[in-house]
Structures are given as C-alpha cells and as structure tokens.
Design a protein around this ligand. Structure first.
Ligand SMILES: [Zn+2]
Length: 291
C-alpha cells in the first residue's frame, strides 16, 4: 500500500516532491511526517477496494435528499451519527423499507465515510455474495470460497444490501449465520438493508422473520438498530427530484404507513406452506458448501 501511495504522490504532489513524506521543524529539529497527498491516496485505494457498485459510486450523505418524513429523517440522522462515531459504535444498522427509497444510497454513504476515515469496509449485495460463495465452491477451488468469506467476515465494516432477497434454504441460512455470527462475536458492526418488513406476524411470507429465518432474525435484533421508513420510489423519476416533490408524492401515496410496523401492509399473503425444515436446495451437485 505504501508503495502505491508513493507512486500516486510522485505523479501529483508538489508538497513532498513525490516521496509521500515531508519534513517539518519541531523545536529546531527536523521531523518527517506523512504528506496529505499520501493519506488521500491511501484512502482512495481503500475506497476502490470497498466494492461500491458503479451506480452508487457518487452516493454520499451530501447527495441524499431528505424531506419532512420523520422516520426517514431519523434513519438518515442515525446513519450519519454511526459513520461519525465509527468504530466506537455498539450496534450496526438495519434499514428497512420498500424498494427505491434510497436505503442503499444511505448505506453506501456510511461505508464511504468510514473507509475515508481509514478503515476497511466492503459492500456486498447479499444475493450476489451468496452466489459468489456458491459458485466458487467445488473441491478444487475451495480456497477462493474461503477468500470471499474471509473478506466479509473480517472487514471492519460490512454493508450487506438487500437482505432476504435470496430464497431461504438450509445452505443460505447456514452461510448467512456463519458470516453474521462471526462478525457479531468479533464485535465488527454490519449495516444491512432489506425490503422486508419486521412485522410481528410470523406467518407473513413478506416478513423479515420468514425471509431470513428465526436464528438470523433474533441475531439481527441483538446486533442492529432497526430503522424503518417509507417514501416514493426514487427510480420512478427521470431527474433527481426535489425535496418538496418527494414530500408531496409521499403524502399522497396510498401506501402510507398503516401496518403495525409503521410500514404498509403490502400483502395479506400467508405462509400456506413453508418449506419443510431440512429440505435442501443447494443449487449444485455434490453436497454443501460453507461447512
Ligand atoms: Zn505529497
């Protein structure tokens, strides 16, 4: 890292003439310290390794539009406080709400700020993480599976986007539990987003509880602050909407909070036939991965 930082400094910086070091006189003695360009270079490299998807690469707190929506404002404030306090935080965050309301934007903003502070952070979409782990599993390339797992388990901050999108199988449950539990035990905070409501009706197929399973749900309760909000789908607008426009849309939307969780009850579907416990849907031949 130091070598790359230095290469960058050489290209850009008049202050240190490319060494990444500059000297300063302290009480008559010359003292060497890192040049600002070196720090900035290192931060940019760490950001490049954070795997933030291209479409979110410009997302930060300054580009997120808030309006008079109490739960949204609270979630946004909590995100900013979390990023500012990191790594001195007790709990991670879980952003809950319908698609298109900027949950990923906020989560990525947290990640960006934490990484720019010099910490190792990484973003993964939950489904693509699981499929990466799954696809790298075979007896020959077992090592690459371990690599991805190590990365997500050891990052100082992990953002796991779209939790619950993957259909719950024993393997998914086990793999998620391994990742989340390891992070929990080692006191490494995680920021999640999910489209699935945290309702008390455990028969509701669209509930977070059903989507992630009992074990993970109860772990999430312990390790995260749940932040639910709703709003109009940003993706419906061609141009970045104004706060006033979003507020009007939100106020007029038929799906204003009605449910016990404060989120709209989108469906009354019931769990008619939950997958039988123990049924495996591994997606490859030859047994389980991640064990
Ligand atoms: Zn410099």
């Amino acid at each position: 890292m130091a070598v790359e930082g230095r290469a960058r400094a050489e290209a850009d910086c008049p202050d240190c003439r490319g060494t990444g070091w500059r000297t300063r006189s302290v009480a008559g003695a010359r003292r060497a310290e890192r040049c600002d360009c070196w720090r900035a270079g290192v931060a940019q490299q760490m950001l490049a390794r954070a795997r933030i998807p291209a479409r979110y690469s410009k997302c930060d707190f300054s580009t997120f539009i808030t309006y008079e929506n109490e739960k949204l404002q609270r979630a946004f404030r909590k995100a900013q406080e979390f990023a500012a306090a990191f790594p001195v935080v007790d709990k991670g965050l879980l952003f809950i709400g319908p698609p298109g309301i900027g949950k990923t934007h906020v989560a990525v903003s947290v990640l960006r700020e934490v990484v720019l502070k010099g910490m190792r952070g990484v973003y993964y979409d939950t489904r693509s993480l699981l499929s990466t782990i799954r696809s790298t599993y075979n007896p020959v390339t077992r090592a690459s599976e371990a690599e991805v797992l190590q990365e997500v388990m050891q990052a100082e901050l992990l953002v796991l986007d779209d939790l619950g999108a993957e259909r719950l199988t024993d393997w998914v449950e086990e793999t998620m539990h391994l990742i989340v539990n390891t992070r929990y035990n080692e006191k490494r905070p995680t920021v999640f987003t999910t489209n699935y409501e945290d309702v008390s009706d455990v028969q509701n197929l669209d509930s977070l509880f059903v989507r992630v399973g009992y074990r993970l749900h109860s772990r999430l309760r312990e390790m995260c602050e749940f932040l639910e909000y709703d709003g109009p789908d940003y993706r419906d607008f061609e141009h970045p909407p104004t706060a006033e426009f979003l507020y009007q849309k939100w106020k007029l939307a038929p799906s204003r909070p009605t449910g016990p969780s404060g989120l709209p009850q989108r469906t009354s579907r019931r769990a008619r036939a939950r997958l039988p416990e123990g049924q495996l849907d591994l997606g490859w031949a030859g047994g389980r991965a991640g064990t």
